[in-house]
Write a protein that binds this ligand. Structure first.
Ligand code: NDP
Length: 306
Protein backbone atom coordinates (compact mmCIF):
# COMPACT_ATOMS: atom_id res chain seq x y z
CA UNK A 1 0.00 0.00 0.00
CA UNK A 2 1.56 3.38 -0.99
CA UNK A 3 1.93 6.00 1.75
CA UNK A 4 0.52 9.41 0.87
CA UNK A 5 1.85 12.63 2.36
CA UNK A 6 -1.52 14.21 3.07
CA UNK A 7 -5.15 13.18 2.94
CA UNK A 8 -7.87 15.79 3.36
CA UNK A 9 -11.29 14.61 4.40
CA UNK A 10 -14.11 17.03 3.58
CA UNK A 11 -15.05 19.14 0.58
CA UNK A 12 -16.25 22.40 2.12
CA UNK A 13 -14.39 25.73 2.43
CA UNK A 14 -11.96 24.34 5.05
CA UNK A 15 -11.04 21.22 3.07
CA UNK A 16 -10.63 23.02 -0.26
CA UNK A 17 -8.58 25.85 1.26
CA UNK A 18 -6.31 23.28 2.91
CA UNK A 19 -6.03 21.57 -0.49
CA UNK A 20 -5.09 24.82 -2.29
CA UNK A 21 -2.31 25.57 0.21
CA UNK A 22 -1.07 21.98 0.41
CA UNK A 23 -0.99 21.42 -3.34
CA UNK A 24 0.85 24.70 -3.91
CA UNK A 25 3.36 23.49 -1.31
CA UNK A 26 3.93 20.33 -3.36
CA UNK A 27 2.32 17.91 -0.88
CA UNK A 28 0.19 16.23 -3.59
CA UNK A 29 -2.89 16.02 -1.37
CA UNK A 30 -5.84 13.74 -2.02
CA UNK A 31 -9.18 15.20 -0.97
CA UNK A 32 -12.27 13.10 -0.31
CA UNK A 33 -15.40 15.18 -0.76
CA UNK A 34 -17.69 13.33 1.64
CA UNK A 35 -21.44 12.83 1.34
CA UNK A 36 -22.20 16.47 0.50
CA UNK A 37 -19.59 17.72 -2.00
CA UNK A 38 -19.18 21.45 -1.43
CA UNK A 39 -20.43 21.24 2.14
CA UNK A 40 -23.20 23.25 3.79
CA UNK A 41 -22.78 26.18 1.38
CA UNK A 42 -24.32 24.10 -1.36
CA UNK A 43 -27.62 24.31 0.54
CA UNK A 44 -27.66 28.13 0.57
CA UNK A 45 -28.38 30.53 -2.26
CA UNK A 46 -26.61 33.89 -2.38
CA UNK A 47 -23.46 34.28 -0.25
CA UNK A 48 -22.87 37.97 0.33
CA UNK A 49 -20.43 37.92 3.23
CA UNK A 50 -17.47 36.11 1.70
CA UNK A 51 -14.81 38.72 0.90
CA UNK A 52 -13.93 39.16 -2.76
CA UNK A 53 -17.44 38.87 -4.20
CA UNK A 54 -18.89 42.41 -4.05
CA UNK A 55 -22.12 41.31 -5.76
CA UNK A 56 -22.35 38.05 -3.82
CA UNK A 57 -22.12 34.59 -5.33
CA UNK A 58 -24.40 31.55 -5.22
CA UNK A 59 -23.20 29.02 -2.62
CA UNK A 60 -22.84 26.09 -5.07
CA UNK A 61 -21.02 28.30 -7.62
CA UNK A 62 -18.64 29.50 -4.94
CA UNK A 63 -17.77 25.95 -3.95
CA UNK A 64 -17.20 25.13 -7.60
CA UNK A 65 -14.56 27.90 -7.74
CA UNK A 66 -12.91 26.46 -4.60
CA UNK A 67 -12.83 23.00 -6.18
CA UNK A 68 -11.39 24.27 -9.47
CA UNK A 69 -8.69 26.23 -7.66
CA UNK A 70 -7.66 23.16 -5.65
CA UNK A 71 -7.62 21.02 -8.83
CA UNK A 72 -5.66 23.66 -10.72
CA UNK A 73 -2.74 23.20 -8.32
CA UNK A 74 -2.85 19.42 -8.53
CA UNK A 75 -5.14 18.23 -5.72
CA UNK A 76 -6.66 14.85 -6.54
CA UNK A 77 -10.35 15.19 -5.72
CA UNK A 78 -12.17 11.95 -5.10
CA UNK A 79 -15.71 10.94 -4.33
CA UNK A 80 -16.01 9.07 -1.03
CA UNK A 81 -16.62 9.38 2.68
CA UNK A 82 -14.20 8.45 5.43
CA UNK A 83 -15.81 5.80 7.58
CA UNK A 84 -12.97 5.08 10.04
CA UNK A 85 -9.40 6.00 10.88
CA UNK A 86 -6.68 4.03 12.58
CA UNK A 87 -4.11 6.17 14.39
CA UNK A 88 -2.64 3.38 16.50
CA UNK A 89 0.39 3.19 14.15
CA UNK A 90 2.11 5.31 11.52
CA UNK A 91 1.47 5.84 8.70
CA UNK A 92 -2.14 6.43 9.71
CA UNK A 93 -4.86 4.48 7.94
CA UNK A 94 -8.08 6.00 6.61
CA UNK A 95 -10.90 3.80 5.34
CA UNK A 96 -13.19 5.18 2.66
CA UNK A 97 -16.79 3.99 2.36
CA UNK A 98 -15.90 0.97 4.51
CA UNK A 99 -13.97 -0.53 1.58
CA UNK A 100 -10.74 1.09 0.48
CA UNK A 101 -7.94 1.82 2.99
CA UNK A 102 -5.24 4.41 2.38
CA UNK A 103 -2.06 5.07 4.32
CA UNK A 104 -0.99 8.64 5.03
CA UNK A 105 1.65 10.52 6.99
CA UNK A 106 -0.68 13.45 7.76
CA UNK A 107 -4.41 13.95 7.76
CA UNK A 108 -6.63 17.04 7.75
CA UNK A 109 -10.16 16.48 8.97
CA UNK A 110 -12.59 19.07 7.63
CA UNK A 111 -15.86 17.17 7.71
CA UNK A 112 -17.94 20.03 9.09
CA UNK A 113 -21.12 19.73 11.04
CA UNK A 114 -24.67 19.12 9.96
CA UNK A 115 -27.54 21.26 11.17
CA UNK A 116 -30.29 19.37 12.93
CA UNK A 117 -33.67 19.70 11.28
CA UNK A 118 -37.20 19.31 12.59
CA UNK A 119 -37.82 16.46 10.18
CA UNK A 120 -40.97 17.82 8.52
CA UNK A 121 -41.35 17.11 4.78
CA UNK A 122 -42.51 20.72 4.21
CA UNK A 123 -39.40 22.02 6.01
CA UNK A 124 -37.11 20.15 3.60
CA UNK A 125 -39.24 21.21 0.61
CA UNK A 126 -38.59 24.91 1.37
CA UNK A 127 -34.88 24.55 2.16
CA UNK A 128 -33.15 27.54 0.55
CA UNK A 129 -36.55 29.11 -0.24
CA UNK A 130 -37.27 30.55 3.18
CA UNK A 131 -36.17 27.70 5.42
CA UNK A 132 -32.60 28.15 6.60
CA UNK A 133 -30.26 27.07 9.36
CA UNK A 134 -28.14 30.23 9.26
CA UNK A 135 -29.47 33.70 10.04
CA UNK A 136 -26.05 35.28 9.54
CA UNK A 137 -26.04 33.88 5.99
CA UNK A 138 -29.65 34.37 4.96
CA UNK A 139 -31.25 36.90 7.35
CA UNK A 140 -30.40 39.83 5.10
CA UNK A 141 -32.78 38.53 2.42
CA UNK A 142 -35.70 39.03 4.78
CA UNK A 143 -35.14 42.67 5.65
CA UNK A 144 -38.31 44.31 7.01
CA UNK A 145 -40.22 41.02 6.86
CA UNK A 146 -41.69 38.82 9.60
CA UNK A 147 -39.68 35.69 10.34
CA UNK A 148 -39.46 32.94 12.98
CA UNK A 149 -36.65 31.09 14.70
CA UNK A 150 -37.12 27.60 16.18
CA UNK A 151 -35.08 26.60 19.23
CA UNK A 152 -34.36 27.54 22.79
CA UNK A 153 -30.56 27.42 23.00
CA UNK A 154 -27.88 30.07 22.59
CA UNK A 155 -27.87 29.59 18.81
CA UNK A 156 -31.59 30.32 18.55
CA UNK A 157 -31.18 33.33 20.85
CA UNK A 158 -28.28 34.65 18.77
CA UNK A 159 -30.15 34.13 15.52
CA UNK A 160 -33.24 35.89 16.88
CA UNK A 161 -31.18 38.84 18.13
CA UNK A 162 -29.37 39.10 14.79
CA UNK A 163 -32.66 38.98 12.87
CA UNK A 164 -34.28 41.56 15.18
CA UNK A 165 -31.91 44.15 13.71
CA UNK A 166 -33.11 43.42 10.17
CA UNK A 167 -36.65 42.11 10.32
CA UNK A 168 -39.90 43.75 11.35
CA UNK A 169 -40.90 40.89 13.68
CA UNK A 170 -39.17 37.78 14.96
CA UNK A 171 -41.16 34.95 16.52
CA UNK A 172 -39.03 32.69 18.68
CA UNK A 173 -40.68 29.27 18.85
CA UNK A 174 -39.62 27.39 21.99
CA UNK A 175 -40.97 23.89 22.57
CA UNK A 176 -40.74 24.07 26.39
CA UNK A 177 -41.71 26.78 28.87
CA UNK A 178 -38.03 27.43 29.57
CA UNK A 179 -34.99 28.09 27.43
CA UNK A 180 -31.57 26.48 27.52
CA UNK A 181 -29.94 29.73 26.38
CA UNK A 182 -27.70 31.54 28.86
CA UNK A 183 -29.32 33.99 31.28
CA UNK A 184 -27.78 37.04 29.61
CA UNK A 185 -29.05 35.98 26.17
CA UNK A 186 -32.54 35.46 27.56
CA UNK A 187 -32.42 38.92 29.15
CA UNK A 188 -31.44 40.44 25.80
CA UNK A 189 -34.27 38.62 24.05
CA UNK A 190 -36.82 39.90 26.53
CA UNK A 191 -35.56 43.48 26.16
CA UNK A 192 -35.84 43.43 22.35
CA UNK A 193 -39.23 44.74 21.29
CA UNK A 194 -39.33 43.06 17.85
CA UNK A 195 -38.93 39.58 19.37
CA UNK A 196 -42.00 37.69 20.48
CA UNK A 197 -41.33 34.41 22.33
CA UNK A 198 -44.01 31.76 21.86
CA UNK A 199 -43.53 29.16 24.62
CA UNK A 200 -44.55 25.50 24.39
CA UNK A 201 -44.82 25.99 20.67
CA UNK A 202 -43.94 23.50 17.94
CA UNK A 203 -44.01 23.78 14.17
CA UNK A 204 -46.45 21.48 12.40
CA UNK A 205 -46.07 22.57 8.81
CA UNK A 206 -44.51 25.14 6.52
CA UNK A 207 -46.72 26.66 3.82
CA UNK A 208 -46.02 28.59 0.63
CA UNK A 209 -46.04 28.55 -3.16
CA UNK A 210 -42.58 29.40 -4.51
CA UNK A 211 -41.25 30.33 -1.05
CA UNK A 212 -42.31 30.29 2.59
CA UNK A 213 -45.49 32.26 3.31
CA UNK A 214 -46.64 30.88 6.69
CA UNK A 215 -46.09 28.23 9.33
CA UNK A 216 -48.70 26.29 11.27
CA UNK A 217 -47.76 26.02 14.94
CA UNK A 218 -49.35 24.28 17.90
CA UNK A 219 -49.27 25.04 21.63
CA UNK A 220 -48.23 21.63 22.93
CA UNK A 221 -50.23 21.94 26.19
CA UNK A 222 -53.51 23.49 25.03
CA UNK A 223 -53.22 21.98 21.52
CA UNK A 224 -54.44 25.31 20.13
CA UNK A 225 -53.09 25.82 16.62
CA UNK A 226 -52.37 29.05 14.78
CA UNK A 227 -51.00 30.05 11.40
CA UNK A 228 -48.21 32.64 11.49
CA UNK A 229 -47.72 34.65 8.30
CA UNK A 230 -43.99 35.03 7.73
CA UNK A 231 -41.33 34.85 5.04
CA UNK A 232 -38.64 32.73 6.67
CA UNK A 233 -38.17 30.00 9.21
CA UNK A 234 -34.72 29.68 10.79
CA UNK A 235 -34.17 26.31 12.40
CA UNK A 236 -31.62 26.65 15.20
CA UNK A 237 -31.96 23.45 17.18
CA UNK A 238 -28.29 22.55 17.21
CA UNK A 239 -25.64 21.05 14.94
CA UNK A 240 -24.12 17.59 14.85
CA UNK A 241 -20.37 17.60 14.18
CA UNK A 242 -19.34 14.90 11.70
CA UNK A 243 -16.81 13.18 13.93
CA UNK A 244 -18.14 9.64 14.39
CA UNK A 245 -15.46 8.12 12.15
CA UNK A 246 -12.66 9.67 14.25
CA UNK A 247 -13.51 7.64 17.30
CA UNK A 248 -11.97 6.40 19.55
CA UNK A 249 -8.76 8.12 18.48
CA UNK A 250 -9.39 11.88 18.50
CA UNK A 251 -10.27 13.84 21.61
CA UNK A 252 -13.61 15.61 21.33
CA UNK A 253 -14.91 18.48 23.45
CA UNK A 254 -18.04 18.02 25.58
CA UNK A 255 -20.23 18.97 22.58
CA UNK A 256 -18.62 16.35 20.32
CA UNK A 257 -16.43 18.73 18.26
CA UNK A 258 -12.76 17.84 17.65
CA UNK A 259 -10.63 19.52 20.28
CA UNK A 260 -7.76 21.50 18.78
CA UNK A 261 -4.92 23.14 20.67
CA UNK A 262 -6.03 26.80 21.01
CA UNK A 263 -4.73 28.95 18.17
CA UNK A 264 -3.71 25.91 16.08
CA UNK A 265 -5.28 23.13 14.01
CA UNK A 266 -3.48 20.41 16.02
CA UNK A 267 -5.50 17.56 17.45
CA UNK A 268 -4.31 15.22 20.22
CA UNK A 269 -2.56 13.07 17.58
CA UNK A 270 0.64 14.42 15.96
CA UNK A 271 0.18 14.88 12.21
CA UNK A 272 -3.61 14.90 12.38
CA UNK A 273 -5.20 18.33 12.06
CA UNK A 274 -8.78 19.58 12.14
CA UNK A 275 -10.24 22.59 10.35
CA UNK A 276 -13.61 24.25 9.85
CA UNK A 277 -16.89 23.57 11.61
CA UNK A 278 -15.85 20.10 12.78
CA UNK A 279 -13.75 21.89 15.40
CA UNK A 280 -15.73 25.15 15.70
CA UNK A 281 -19.25 25.48 17.04
CA UNK A 282 -18.86 29.16 17.70
CA UNK A 283 -18.29 31.01 14.40
CA UNK A 284 -19.35 28.48 11.72
CA UNK A 285 -18.65 30.83 8.80
CA UNK A 286 -17.21 29.97 5.40
CA UNK A 287 -14.46 32.52 5.86
CA UNK A 288 -13.43 31.24 9.30
CA UNK A 289 -13.52 27.66 7.99
CA UNK A 290 -11.32 28.66 5.05
CA UNK A 291 -8.90 30.41 7.43
CA UNK A 292 -8.60 27.35 9.61
CA UNK A 293 -8.11 25.15 6.51
CA UNK A 294 -5.13 27.32 5.61
CA UNK A 295 -3.75 26.90 9.16
CA UNK A 296 -4.14 23.12 8.97
CA UNK A 297 -2.28 22.92 5.62
CA UNK A 298 0.59 25.08 6.87
CA UNK A 299 0.87 22.90 9.97
CA UNK A 300 0.78 19.68 7.93
CA UNK A 301 3.54 21.06 5.71
CA UNK A 302 5.68 21.95 8.77
CA UNK A 303 5.03 18.52 10.30
CA UNK A 304 6.14 16.74 7.12
CA UNK A 305 9.34 18.79 6.91
CA UNK A 306 10.26 18.18 10.54
P1 NDP B 1 -28.49 23.48 22.16
O1 NDP B 1 -28.37 22.01 22.10
O2 NDP B 1 -27.93 24.21 23.31
O3 NDP B 1 -30.04 23.89 22.09
C1 NDP B 1 -30.89 23.30 21.16
C2 NDP B 1 -32.27 23.89 21.38
O4 NDP B 1 -33.11 23.43 20.35
C3 NDP B 1 -32.90 23.51 22.70
O5 NDP B 1 -33.63 24.58 23.20
C4 NDP B 1 -33.82 22.36 22.31
O6 NDP B 1 -34.98 22.27 23.09
C5 NDP B 1 -34.25 22.81 20.94
N1 NDP B 1 -34.68 21.69 20.12
C6 NDP B 1 -34.00 20.54 19.87
N2 NDP B 1 -34.71 19.76 19.04
C7 NDP B 1 -35.85 20.42 18.78
C8 NDP B 1 -36.99 20.12 18.01
N3 NDP B 1 -37.09 18.99 17.30
N4 NDP B 1 -37.99 21.02 17.97
C9 NDP B 1 -37.90 22.19 18.64
N5 NDP B 1 -36.87 22.53 19.41
C10 NDP B 1 -35.84 21.65 19.47
O7 NDP B 1 -27.89 23.98 20.74
P2 NDP B 1 -27.29 25.38 20.33
O8 NDP B 1 -26.93 25.24 18.90
O9 NDP B 1 -28.19 26.47 20.71
O10 NDP B 1 -25.96 25.51 21.17
C11 NDP B 1 -24.95 24.50 21.10
C12 NDP B 1 -23.81 24.91 22.03
O11 NDP B 1 -23.12 26.05 21.50
C13 NDP B 1 -24.31 25.31 23.43
O12 NDP B 1 -23.38 24.92 24.39
C14 NDP B 1 -24.34 26.82 23.36
O13 NDP B 1 -24.20 27.42 24.63
C15 NDP B 1 -23.14 27.10 22.45
N6 NDP B 1 -23.33 28.38 21.76
C16 NDP B 1 -22.74 29.47 22.31
C17 NDP B 1 -22.89 30.69 21.72
C18 NDP B 1 -22.21 31.84 22.33
O14 NDP B 1 -21.53 31.66 23.33
N7 NDP B 1 -22.35 33.02 21.78
C19 NDP B 1 -23.70 30.87 20.52
C20 NDP B 1 -24.31 29.66 20.04
C21 NDP B 1 -24.12 28.46 20.66
P3 NDP B 1 -35.01 21.55 24.53
O15 NDP B 1 -34.33 22.51 25.45
O16 NDP B 1 -36.45 21.40 24.74
O17 NDP B 1 -34.28 20.25 24.36
Amino acid sequence: MPTHSLLIIGGGPAGYTAAIYASRAGLAPILYQGPQPGGQLTTTTLVENYPGFPDGIQGPAMMETFRKQAEHFGTQIRIGTATSIDCSRTPYRVTIDGQETLATKTLIIATGSSPKWLGLPSEQAFLGRGVSSCATCDGFFFKNQDVAVVGGGDSAAEEALHLSKLCSKVYLLVRKNTMRASFIMQQRLKKTPHISILWNTEVLEVFGKQAVEAVQVVHNITQVQQKLSLKALFVAIGHRPNTQFTQPHLTLDPLGYIQTRPGTAETNIPGIFAAGDVQDHRYRQAVTAAGSGCMAALEAERFLHQ
